[in-house]
Ligand binder design. Structure first.
Ligand code: SF4
Ligand code: SF4
Ligand code: SF4
Length: 314
């Protein structure tokens, strides 16, 4: 068995036939998503003119969005093109929630629209009628119809990284700019999140993002940098805070946290000293303790050990 596997090394993997050449029953087959087929049946039933009377001039008909994230009601939402983000997220979605699922009236921060290669939109876009043309104009897209609502506790740099990691994994590797560029974008985002970035990182992220868009062959590479470019466009301040102030306003980027002991709260019980694996904490019994930032590896064990939550910033 091993010999036969060894013998196959370097051999090109056999490619499955394209459905357009040989699909169902070995015949040429058209692959379309269910939504398209559902529309076809409706158009045949009601007629093209009636179908086109719904939606906008350039985006007629309806669209099904997969609404998820920090909203009270998640699920599939079919609305006419031209419906606003406010209607979908705040009315149909029932409003923004906090991490515990409770309604957070002022908690709206952003939506990621169009799936992993889509773009992030902000509060200023809440009244934007959702359609192919309007989304393209603000650097987003309808895409797969994914719509992820995010509350104020969401770090937009981490979100860009999350989606970039997905598209990077999906790259088939044929084009250098998609294969290597998405990898480098991911590394640059890691630099921002882990505190290694400088002013040049922002410029590089933008330049490389545009280069990947231009130099990629298919839609995956052309849209992969969207989450990075749209968050840079609408949430640049958050990138700048990570880079220049070494802080993440949401506390999600652990590498940028610097734990400290609140001297007013601390009772000097010493539990944190016992929990700390690096000996970073010192203090006399019944007196406020201190953390040596040089020795601290930000593991969070002290915060877990402290029963009165005197350890802050982690
Ligand atoms: S752009 Fe498309 S074809 Fe090129 S490497 Fe990326 S996924 Fe492959
Ligand atoms: S975060 Fe970890 S390493 Fe840092 S002081 Fe607390 S227990 Fe020690
Ligand atoms: S466990 Fe909390 S209260 Fe006790 S010494 Fe550490 S920080 Fe202070």
């Amino acid at each position: 068995m091993i010999a036969s596997i060894e013998g196959q090394r370097g051999m090109p993997r056999p490619k499955p036939p394209f459905p357009a050449q040989s699909g169902l029953w070995g015949k040429p087959t058209i692959i379309n998503n269910v939504e398209t087929l559902a529309h076809v049946s409706r158009i045949l039933k009601v007629g093209a003119e009636v179908f086109k009377s719904i939606g906008t001039k350039d985006s007629p008909g309806t669209k099904t969005f997969a609404l998820t994230g920090h909203v009270a009601n998640t699920g599939l939402v079919e609305v006419p093109f031209g419906t606003t983000l406010r209607e979908i997220v705040l009315n149909i979605g029932g409003g923004i929630t906090d991490d515990a699922g409770k309604i957070w009236k002022t908690g709206f921060k952003a939506v990621q629209i169009g799936g992993p290669s889509g773009g992030c939109l902000t509060e200023e876009h809440l009244d934007l009628p959702l359609a192919y043309e309007s989304l393209r104009a603000v650097g987003a897209m309808v895409g797969s119809g994914g719509l992820v609502a995010m509350n104020q506790g969401t770090c937009m740099v981490s979100i860009a990284r999350f989606f970039m990691e997905f598209t990077q994994r999906e790259s088939c590797g044929k084009c250098v700019l998609c294969r290597e560029g998405t990898n480098q974008l991911l590394a640059l985002l890691d630099d921002v999140i882990e505190g290694r970035a400088d002013a040049g990182t922002l410029e590089l992220l933008e330049k490389l993002g545009h280069a990947v868009q231009v130099g990629s062959l298919c839609g995956l590479g052309k849209t992969a940098p969207n989450p990075v470019l749209s968050t840079l466009r609408y949430f640049r301040k958050e990138y700048e805070e990570h880079i220049f102030e070494k802080r993440c306003r949401t506390g999600r980027c652990k590498a940028l946290l610097s734990p400290g002991i609140n001297e007013v709260k601390c009772k000097g019980c010493g539990l944190c000293i016992k929990a700390c694996p690096t000996g970073a904490i010192t203090g006399e019994k019944k007196k406020p303790h201190h953390i040596d930032a040089e020795l601290c590896i930000k593991c969070g064990a002290c915060a877990t050990a402290c029963k009165i939550h005197a350890v802050e910033g982690i």
